[in-house]
Write a protein that binds this ligand. Structure first.
Ligand SMILES: Cc1cc2nc3c(=O)[nH]c(=O)nc-3n(C[C@H](O)[C@H](O)[C@H](O)COP(=O)(O)OP(=O)(O)OC[C@H]3O[C@@H](n4cnc5c(N)ncnc54)[C@H](O)[C@@H]3O)c2cc1C
Length: 387
Protein backbone atom coordinates (compact mmCIF):
# COMPACT_ATOMS: atom_id res chain seq x y z
CA UNK A 1 0.00 0.00 0.00
CA UNK A 2 1.46 3.32 -1.13
CA UNK A 3 1.00 6.76 0.45
CA UNK A 4 1.35 8.64 -2.82
CA UNK A 5 -1.04 8.56 -5.78
CA UNK A 6 -1.52 10.43 -9.05
CA UNK A 7 -5.18 11.02 -8.16
CA UNK A 8 -7.12 10.63 -4.88
CA UNK A 9 -10.93 10.49 -5.10
CA UNK A 10 -12.89 11.41 -1.95
CA UNK A 11 -16.19 9.53 -1.63
CA UNK A 12 -17.37 6.16 -2.93
CA UNK A 13 -20.86 6.92 -4.21
CA UNK A 14 -21.68 6.43 -7.86
CA UNK A 15 -19.86 9.65 -8.85
CA UNK A 16 -16.55 8.76 -7.18
CA UNK A 17 -16.59 5.22 -8.52
CA UNK A 18 -17.53 6.35 -12.05
CA UNK A 19 -14.65 8.85 -11.93
CA UNK A 20 -12.21 6.12 -10.89
CA UNK A 21 -13.40 3.95 -13.80
CA UNK A 22 -13.03 6.73 -16.39
CA UNK A 23 -9.61 7.74 -15.01
CA UNK A 24 -8.53 4.14 -15.67
CA UNK A 25 -9.94 4.37 -19.21
CA UNK A 26 -7.76 7.43 -19.73
CA UNK A 27 -4.76 5.37 -18.58
CA UNK A 28 -4.51 6.81 -15.05
CA UNK A 29 -4.42 3.86 -12.68
CA UNK A 30 -2.13 4.99 -9.85
CA UNK A 31 -5.31 6.14 -8.16
CA UNK A 32 -6.96 5.76 -4.77
CA UNK A 33 -10.61 6.14 -3.77
CA UNK A 34 -11.31 6.74 -0.09
CA UNK A 35 -14.74 5.98 1.34
CA UNK A 36 -15.50 6.42 5.02
CA UNK A 37 -18.29 3.83 5.12
CA UNK A 38 -19.02 1.33 2.33
CA UNK A 39 -19.45 1.97 -1.40
CA UNK A 40 -22.92 3.38 -2.22
CA UNK A 41 -23.70 4.00 1.45
CA UNK A 42 -24.72 7.65 0.84
CA UNK A 43 -27.47 9.02 -1.43
CA UNK A 44 -26.54 6.49 -4.12
CA UNK A 45 -27.68 3.41 -2.21
CA UNK A 46 -31.01 5.11 -1.37
CA UNK A 47 -31.68 6.15 -4.95
CA UNK A 48 -34.76 5.16 -6.99
CA UNK A 49 -32.20 4.87 -9.83
CA UNK A 50 -34.67 5.95 -12.52
CA UNK A 51 -33.14 6.62 -15.92
CA UNK A 52 -35.18 9.05 -18.02
CA UNK A 53 -33.99 11.29 -20.81
CA UNK A 54 -36.60 14.07 -20.66
CA UNK A 55 -34.65 17.26 -19.93
CA UNK A 56 -34.95 20.95 -20.74
CA UNK A 57 -31.37 21.66 -21.85
CA UNK A 58 -29.07 20.32 -24.53
CA UNK A 59 -26.28 19.46 -22.10
CA UNK A 60 -28.50 17.37 -19.79
CA UNK A 61 -30.23 15.73 -22.76
CA UNK A 62 -26.87 14.58 -24.11
CA UNK A 63 -25.71 13.48 -20.66
CA UNK A 64 -28.93 11.52 -20.01
CA UNK A 65 -28.88 9.79 -23.41
CA UNK A 66 -25.21 8.82 -23.29
CA UNK A 67 -25.47 7.73 -19.65
CA UNK A 68 -28.59 5.66 -20.27
CA UNK A 69 -26.81 3.87 -23.12
CA UNK A 70 -23.84 3.05 -20.86
CA UNK A 71 -25.98 1.77 -17.98
CA UNK A 72 -28.33 -0.20 -20.25
CA UNK A 73 -25.30 -2.11 -21.57
CA UNK A 74 -23.19 -1.88 -18.42
CA UNK A 75 -21.36 -5.17 -18.89
CA UNK A 76 -19.86 -3.88 -22.14
CA UNK A 77 -18.51 -0.83 -20.28
CA UNK A 78 -17.28 -2.47 -17.07
CA UNK A 79 -17.58 -6.26 -17.36
CA UNK A 80 -20.10 -6.23 -14.50
CA UNK A 81 -23.92 -6.15 -14.34
CA UNK A 82 -25.78 -2.89 -13.73
CA UNK A 83 -29.28 -4.32 -13.27
CA UNK A 84 -30.94 -2.20 -15.97
CA UNK A 85 -34.67 -2.92 -16.43
CA UNK A 86 -36.36 -1.41 -19.47
CA UNK A 87 -39.86 -0.40 -18.35
CA UNK A 88 -40.58 2.65 -20.49
CA UNK A 89 -41.23 6.07 -18.93
CA UNK A 90 -44.35 8.26 -19.01
CA UNK A 91 -43.79 11.92 -18.12
CA UNK A 92 -47.07 13.69 -17.35
CA UNK A 93 -47.44 17.47 -17.42
CA UNK A 94 -50.14 19.81 -16.18
CA UNK A 95 -52.18 22.30 -18.27
CA UNK A 96 -49.98 25.18 -19.39
CA UNK A 97 -46.91 22.94 -19.81
CA UNK A 98 -47.86 21.32 -23.14
CA UNK A 99 -45.67 23.60 -25.27
CA UNK A 100 -42.70 23.07 -22.97
CA UNK A 101 -43.15 19.33 -23.22
CA UNK A 102 -43.34 19.40 -27.02
CA UNK A 103 -40.22 21.60 -27.21
CA UNK A 104 -38.34 19.20 -24.95
CA UNK A 105 -39.48 16.13 -26.91
CA UNK A 106 -38.15 17.80 -30.11
CA UNK A 107 -34.85 18.50 -28.30
CA UNK A 108 -34.59 14.89 -27.13
CA UNK A 109 -35.39 13.56 -30.62
CA UNK A 110 -32.72 15.80 -32.17
CA UNK A 111 -30.21 13.96 -29.92
CA UNK A 112 -31.36 10.48 -30.90
CA UNK A 113 -33.73 9.84 -27.98
CA UNK A 114 -36.88 7.93 -28.87
CA UNK A 115 -39.32 10.33 -27.20
CA UNK A 116 -42.94 10.76 -28.29
CA UNK A 117 -45.41 13.52 -27.38
CA UNK A 118 -48.87 12.05 -26.73
CA UNK A 119 -52.25 13.52 -25.94
CA UNK A 120 -54.09 12.03 -22.93
CA UNK A 121 -56.48 10.31 -25.37
CA UNK A 122 -53.60 8.69 -27.27
CA UNK A 123 -51.94 7.58 -24.04
CA UNK A 124 -55.21 6.11 -22.71
CA UNK A 125 -55.48 3.93 -25.81
CA UNK A 126 -52.02 2.42 -25.12
CA UNK A 127 -52.40 2.21 -21.31
CA UNK A 128 -56.13 1.70 -20.65
CA UNK A 129 -55.53 0.93 -16.93
CA UNK A 130 -54.03 4.38 -16.31
CA UNK A 131 -56.23 7.43 -15.72
CA UNK A 132 -54.90 10.60 -17.38
CA UNK A 133 -57.35 13.05 -15.72
CA UNK A 134 -55.81 16.49 -15.14
CA UNK A 135 -52.93 15.69 -17.49
CA UNK A 136 -52.40 18.01 -20.47
CA UNK A 137 -49.71 16.07 -22.38
CA UNK A 138 -47.40 13.09 -22.00
CA UNK A 139 -43.85 12.37 -23.13
CA UNK A 140 -43.29 8.66 -23.65
CA UNK A 141 -39.77 7.18 -23.70
CA UNK A 142 -39.87 3.47 -24.57
CA UNK A 143 -36.11 3.00 -23.90
CA UNK A 144 -36.04 4.37 -20.34
CA UNK A 145 -36.15 2.33 -17.13
CA UNK A 146 -34.27 1.90 -13.91
CA UNK A 147 -31.06 0.22 -12.73
CA UNK A 148 -29.45 -1.09 -9.55
CA UNK A 149 -27.52 1.84 -8.06
CA UNK A 150 -25.32 -0.35 -5.83
CA UNK A 151 -24.48 -2.70 -8.72
CA UNK A 152 -23.53 0.23 -10.97
CA UNK A 153 -21.37 1.80 -8.25
CA UNK A 154 -19.62 -1.47 -7.43
CA UNK A 155 -19.27 -2.29 -11.14
CA UNK A 156 -17.44 0.97 -11.80
CA UNK A 157 -15.20 0.37 -8.76
CA UNK A 158 -14.45 -3.25 -9.71
CA UNK A 159 -13.55 -2.37 -13.27
CA UNK A 160 -11.19 0.37 -12.02
CA UNK A 161 -9.60 -2.02 -9.51
CA UNK A 162 -9.09 -4.61 -12.24
CA UNK A 163 -7.13 -1.91 -14.12
CA UNK A 164 -4.96 -1.20 -11.05
CA UNK A 165 -6.87 1.42 -9.04
CA UNK A 166 -7.11 1.07 -5.26
CA UNK A 167 -10.27 1.42 -3.17
CA UNK A 168 -10.13 1.79 0.61
CA UNK A 169 -13.35 1.71 2.59
CA UNK A 170 -13.75 2.71 6.23
CA UNK A 171 -11.30 5.62 5.81
CA UNK A 172 -12.54 9.15 6.57
CA UNK A 173 -10.86 12.08 4.80
CA UNK A 174 -10.52 14.95 7.26
CA UNK A 175 -9.01 17.60 5.00
CA UNK A 176 -7.44 18.56 1.68
CA UNK A 177 -3.94 20.01 1.93
CA UNK A 178 -3.44 22.95 -0.46
CA UNK A 179 -0.12 24.69 -1.13
CA UNK A 180 0.35 27.56 -3.58
CA UNK A 181 -3.02 26.91 -5.27
CA UNK A 182 -2.55 23.16 -5.68
CA UNK A 183 -3.87 20.20 -3.71
CA UNK A 184 -0.86 18.17 -2.62
CA UNK A 185 -2.37 15.65 -0.21
CA UNK A 186 -5.41 14.57 1.76
CA UNK A 187 -5.46 14.11 5.53
CA UNK A 188 -7.19 11.00 6.81
CA UNK A 189 -7.82 9.50 10.21
CA UNK A 190 -4.97 7.12 9.30
CA UNK A 191 -2.50 9.78 8.20
CA UNK A 192 -1.57 11.90 5.21
CA UNK A 193 -1.75 10.60 1.62
CA UNK A 194 0.06 12.54 -1.10
CA UNK A 195 -1.92 13.30 -4.24
CA UNK A 196 -1.03 14.62 -7.70
CA UNK A 197 -4.68 15.69 -8.03
CA UNK A 198 -7.87 15.34 -5.98
CA UNK A 199 -11.47 14.70 -7.04
CA UNK A 200 -14.14 15.66 -4.50
CA UNK A 201 -17.29 13.51 -4.76
CA UNK A 202 -18.35 13.34 -1.10
CA UNK A 203 -22.04 14.00 -1.87
CA UNK A 204 -23.90 15.80 0.93
CA UNK A 205 -20.62 16.21 2.86
CA UNK A 206 -18.88 18.38 0.22
CA UNK A 207 -19.60 21.86 1.72
CA UNK A 208 -17.04 21.61 4.55
CA UNK A 209 -14.27 20.64 2.13
CA UNK A 210 -15.08 23.57 -0.16
CA UNK A 211 -15.26 25.99 2.78
CA UNK A 212 -11.84 24.82 3.92
CA UNK A 213 -10.25 25.71 0.57
CA UNK A 214 -12.02 29.08 0.44
CA UNK A 215 -14.49 28.23 -2.37
CA UNK A 216 -18.00 27.79 -0.95
CA UNK A 217 -20.98 26.68 -3.04
CA UNK A 218 -24.68 27.38 -2.29
CA UNK A 219 -25.67 23.79 -1.46
CA UNK A 220 -28.57 22.68 0.73
CA UNK A 221 -30.51 19.48 1.41
CA UNK A 222 -34.02 18.17 1.11
CA UNK A 223 -35.44 14.92 2.42
CA UNK A 224 -36.99 12.73 -0.28
CA UNK A 225 -39.18 9.80 0.76
CA UNK A 226 -39.52 6.45 -0.99
CA UNK A 227 -42.68 4.48 -0.22
CA UNK A 228 -42.60 0.72 -0.83
CA UNK A 229 -45.77 -1.07 -2.00
CA UNK A 230 -46.72 -4.65 -2.82
CA UNK A 231 -48.97 -4.47 -5.86
CA UNK A 232 -51.48 -7.14 -6.94
CA UNK A 233 -49.42 -9.02 -9.53
CA UNK A 234 -52.48 -10.62 -11.12
CA UNK A 235 -53.84 -7.16 -11.97
CA UNK A 236 -50.54 -5.29 -12.47
CA UNK A 237 -47.77 -7.69 -13.57
CA UNK A 238 -45.60 -4.66 -14.34
CA UNK A 239 -46.05 -1.03 -15.29
CA UNK A 240 -44.09 1.77 -16.93
CA UNK A 241 -42.43 4.38 -14.74
CA UNK A 242 -44.87 7.27 -14.26
CA UNK A 243 -43.72 10.77 -13.27
CA UNK A 244 -46.00 13.76 -12.80
CA UNK A 245 -44.94 17.41 -12.66
CA UNK A 246 -48.19 18.45 -10.90
CA UNK A 247 -47.77 16.15 -7.88
CA UNK A 248 -43.96 15.81 -8.02
CA UNK A 249 -44.47 12.05 -7.64
CA UNK A 250 -42.69 9.30 -9.60
CA UNK A 251 -43.41 5.60 -9.25
CA UNK A 252 -41.72 2.60 -10.73
CA UNK A 253 -41.87 -1.17 -10.50
CA UNK A 254 -39.15 -3.06 -8.61
CA UNK A 255 -38.31 -6.76 -8.21
CA UNK A 256 -41.16 -9.25 -7.73
CA UNK A 257 -44.42 -7.47 -6.79
CA UNK A 258 -42.81 -4.28 -5.47
CA UNK A 259 -43.53 -0.74 -6.62
CA UNK A 260 -41.58 2.27 -5.28
CA UNK A 261 -43.06 5.76 -5.04
CA UNK A 262 -40.67 8.72 -4.79
CA UNK A 263 -42.26 11.76 -3.21
CA UNK A 264 -41.72 15.10 -1.43
CA UNK A 265 -38.77 17.42 -1.08
CA UNK A 266 -38.77 18.76 2.48
CA UNK A 267 -35.91 20.98 3.72
CA UNK A 268 -34.02 19.05 6.37
CA UNK A 269 -30.92 18.86 8.50
CA UNK A 270 -28.29 16.76 6.78
CA UNK A 271 -26.97 15.01 9.88
CA UNK A 272 -30.14 14.37 11.87
CA UNK A 273 -32.89 13.82 9.29
CA UNK A 274 -35.49 11.09 9.75
CA UNK A 275 -34.52 8.16 7.51
CA UNK A 276 -37.88 6.42 7.59
CA UNK A 277 -41.14 7.20 5.80
CA UNK A 278 -43.94 9.24 7.38
CA UNK A 279 -47.25 7.36 7.54
CA UNK A 280 -49.05 10.50 6.31
CA UNK A 281 -46.75 10.71 3.30
CA UNK A 282 -47.32 7.02 2.49
CA UNK A 283 -51.09 7.53 2.70
CA UNK A 284 -51.01 10.65 0.47
CA UNK A 285 -48.82 9.08 -2.18
CA UNK A 286 -50.79 5.83 -2.23
CA UNK A 287 -53.95 7.87 -2.71
CA UNK A 288 -52.35 9.62 -5.69
CA UNK A 289 -51.22 6.30 -7.22
CA UNK A 290 -54.69 4.74 -6.83
CA UNK A 291 -56.30 7.73 -8.55
CA UNK A 292 -53.82 7.49 -11.40
CA UNK A 293 -53.80 3.68 -11.58
CA UNK A 294 -56.95 2.28 -9.91
CA UNK A 295 -55.74 -1.35 -9.86
CA UNK A 296 -53.37 -0.25 -7.07
CA UNK A 297 -56.41 -0.15 -4.76
CA UNK A 298 -55.39 -3.62 -3.57
CA UNK A 299 -51.73 -2.64 -2.98
CA UNK A 300 -50.27 -2.95 0.52
CA UNK A 301 -47.81 -0.49 2.10
CA UNK A 302 -44.55 -2.06 3.28
CA UNK A 303 -42.47 0.77 4.77
CA UNK A 304 -39.78 2.54 2.78
CA UNK A 305 -36.97 4.98 3.48
CA UNK A 306 -35.88 8.59 3.12
CA UNK A 307 -32.66 10.00 1.66
CA UNK A 308 -31.02 13.33 0.91
CA UNK A 309 -31.04 15.35 -2.29
CA UNK A 310 -28.13 17.82 -2.17
CA UNK A 311 -29.51 20.73 -4.16
CA UNK A 312 -28.22 23.87 -5.87
CA UNK A 313 -30.31 27.01 -6.52
CA UNK A 314 -31.03 25.88 -10.12
CA UNK A 315 -31.33 22.15 -9.41
CA UNK A 316 -28.39 21.36 -11.67
CA UNK A 317 -25.01 20.05 -10.54
CA UNK A 318 -21.60 21.66 -10.51
CA UNK A 319 -18.97 19.75 -12.50
CA UNK A 320 -15.78 21.77 -12.63
CA UNK A 321 -12.39 22.59 -11.20
CA UNK A 322 -12.57 24.37 -7.86
CA UNK A 323 -11.63 28.07 -8.30
CA UNK A 324 -8.28 28.78 -6.73
CA UNK A 325 -7.15 25.12 -6.56
CA UNK A 326 -5.98 24.06 -10.02
CA UNK A 327 -5.90 20.31 -9.53
CA UNK A 328 -9.04 19.87 -7.43
CA UNK A 329 -12.16 18.80 -9.36
CA UNK A 330 -15.63 18.65 -7.80
CA UNK A 331 -18.94 16.99 -8.69
CA UNK A 332 -21.60 18.42 -6.38
CA UNK A 333 -25.29 19.25 -6.01
CA UNK A 334 -26.92 16.55 -8.13
CA UNK A 335 -30.33 17.77 -6.94
CA UNK A 336 -32.08 14.40 -6.93
CA UNK A 337 -31.33 13.41 -10.52
CA UNK A 338 -27.63 12.53 -10.55
CA UNK A 339 -27.71 8.77 -10.85
CA UNK A 340 -29.06 8.81 -14.40
CA UNK A 341 -26.20 11.13 -15.46
CA UNK A 342 -23.41 9.40 -13.54
CA UNK A 343 -21.40 7.84 -16.40
CA UNK A 344 -21.02 11.18 -18.18
CA UNK A 345 -20.26 12.92 -14.87
CA UNK A 346 -17.55 10.41 -13.99
CA UNK A 347 -16.11 10.76 -17.49
CA UNK A 348 -16.15 14.58 -17.26
CA UNK A 349 -14.45 14.62 -13.83
CA UNK A 350 -11.78 12.24 -15.16
CA UNK A 351 -11.23 14.46 -18.23
CA UNK A 352 -11.05 17.63 -16.09
CA UNK A 353 -8.44 15.92 -13.91
CA UNK A 354 -6.32 14.65 -16.81
CA UNK A 355 -6.86 17.32 -19.53
CA UNK A 356 -7.88 20.34 -17.44
CA UNK A 357 -11.37 20.45 -19.01
CA UNK A 358 -14.19 18.13 -20.01
CA UNK A 359 -13.46 17.20 -23.62
CA UNK A 360 -16.32 14.88 -24.67
CA UNK A 361 -19.21 17.11 -23.54
CA UNK A 362 -18.49 20.78 -22.77
CA UNK A 363 -19.43 21.19 -19.10
CA UNK A 364 -19.14 24.98 -18.97
CA UNK A 365 -22.92 25.46 -18.46
CA UNK A 366 -22.43 23.54 -15.17
CA UNK A 367 -19.46 25.65 -14.08
CA UNK A 368 -18.71 26.45 -10.44
CA UNK A 369 -19.00 30.22 -10.80
CA UNK A 370 -22.45 30.40 -12.43
CA UNK A 371 -24.27 31.22 -9.16
CA UNK A 372 -21.98 34.15 -8.41
CA UNK A 373 -22.36 35.28 -12.04
CA UNK A 374 -26.18 35.00 -11.88
CA UNK A 375 -26.13 32.75 -14.97
CA UNK A 376 -28.26 29.88 -13.69
CA UNK A 377 -29.48 26.88 -15.66
CA UNK A 378 -33.15 27.03 -16.69
CA UNK A 379 -35.84 24.36 -16.63
CA UNK A 380 -39.08 24.26 -18.61
CA UNK A 381 -40.99 23.17 -15.51
CA UNK A 382 -39.52 25.62 -12.97
CA UNK A 383 -36.88 24.65 -10.42
CA UNK A 384 -37.18 21.09 -9.20
CA UNK A 385 -36.05 17.55 -9.74
CA UNK A 386 -37.69 17.44 -13.22
CA UNK A 387 -34.94 19.78 -14.45
C1 LIG B 1 -34.27 8.80 -2.15
C2 LIG B 1 -33.50 9.18 -3.38
C3 LIG B 1 -34.02 8.87 -4.64
C4 LIG B 1 -33.30 9.22 -5.79
N1 LIG B 1 -33.77 8.83 -7.01
C5 LIG B 1 -33.06 9.11 -8.13
C6 LIG B 1 -33.51 8.63 -9.40
O1 LIG B 1 -34.53 7.96 -9.51
N2 LIG B 1 -32.74 8.90 -10.48
C7 LIG B 1 -31.60 9.64 -10.40
O2 LIG B 1 -30.98 9.90 -11.44
N3 LIG B 1 -31.14 10.10 -9.20
C8 LIG B 1 -31.84 9.84 -8.09
N4 LIG B 1 -31.40 10.27 -6.87
C9 LIG B 1 -30.17 11.09 -6.82
C10 LIG B 1 -28.91 10.25 -6.93
O3 LIG B 1 -29.05 9.08 -6.17
C11 LIG B 1 -27.71 11.09 -6.45
O4 LIG B 1 -27.64 12.26 -7.26
C12 LIG B 1 -26.39 10.35 -6.57
O5 LIG B 1 -26.46 9.08 -5.99
C13 LIG B 1 -25.29 11.17 -5.88
O6 LIG B 1 -24.11 10.38 -5.86
P1 LIG B 1 -22.79 10.91 -5.15
O7 LIG B 1 -21.74 9.90 -5.45
O8 LIG B 1 -22.55 12.33 -5.53
O9 LIG B 1 -23.14 10.99 -3.58
P2 LIG B 1 -23.24 9.87 -2.44
O10 LIG B 1 -23.88 8.63 -2.94
O11 LIG B 1 -23.85 10.51 -1.25
O12 LIG B 1 -21.73 9.50 -2.14
C14 LIG B 1 -20.86 10.29 -1.37
C15 LIG B 1 -19.97 9.35 -0.59
O13 LIG B 1 -18.95 10.10 0.04
C16 LIG B 1 -18.66 9.49 1.27
N5 LIG B 1 -18.01 10.47 2.13
C17 LIG B 1 -18.54 11.61 2.61
N6 LIG B 1 -17.65 12.27 3.36
C18 LIG B 1 -16.51 11.54 3.34
C19 LIG B 1 -15.23 11.70 3.95
N7 LIG B 1 -14.95 12.77 4.71
N8 LIG B 1 -14.29 10.74 3.72
C20 LIG B 1 -14.57 9.66 2.96
N9 LIG B 1 -15.76 9.45 2.38
C21 LIG B 1 -16.72 10.39 2.55
C22 LIG B 1 -20.04 9.07 1.79
O14 LIG B 1 -19.96 8.06 2.78
C23 LIG B 1 -20.72 8.60 0.51
O15 LIG B 1 -20.60 7.20 0.30
C24 LIG B 1 -32.06 9.92 -5.69
C25 LIG B 1 -31.54 10.22 -4.43
C26 LIG B 1 -32.25 9.85 -3.29
C27 LIG B 1 -31.67 10.16 -1.95
Amino acid sequence: MSDSYDVVVIGGGVMGCATLHYLAKLGVTNTLLLERDTLASGSTGLSMAILRMHYSNEITTRMAKESRDVIADFESETGHPGGFVNTGYLFLVAPGQEDALRTNVALQRSHGVDSRALTPEEAARSWPDIVFDGVAAIAYEPDSGYADSSAVTNGFALSAREAGAEVRIGVTVTGIVVERGRAIAVETAEGRINAGAVVLTAGPWIPEFLQSVGAPLPLSWVRHQVVKLHRPLNRIPSHPIIADTASGISFRPDAADLTLIGTREDPTDRDTYNRSVDASCAAESLEYVVQRYPAFDEAGWDGGWAGLFTITPDYHPVIDRVPGVDNLAVGAGFSGHGFKLSPTIGRALAEITVHGRATTIDMSPLRFTRFAEGDLMGSAYGAGVFA
